[in-house]
Design a protein around this ligand. Sequence first.
Ligand SMILES: [Zn+2]
Length: 70
Amino acid sequence: MLDITQFDLLKKSTAKSFNDQKALIKKVMAGRQMKCETCGNILRLIVPEDKSTPGVYCGKGCTDICLDFI
Ligand SMILES: [Zn+2]
C-alpha cells in the first residue's frame, strides 16, 4: 500500500519539475541560451514549423521536454 505521505511528496516534486520545465521553455523561447543541467550542452528549441515534435532538447537527449503540455 502506498504511504500517503510519500504520495504527497511525490506530487509536490512533480509539480515543481513541471514548473521548472515550463520556466525553462519560456526562457529558451525568449531567445535565451540555456544549458542542459545534465551535460551542459546548449538546449535546442524545436518549433511546430519544424518536422519533429516541438520541444526543448539537448544534443545528448538527457533534456527532452515536449511542448504538448503547455
Ligand atoms: Zn544534456
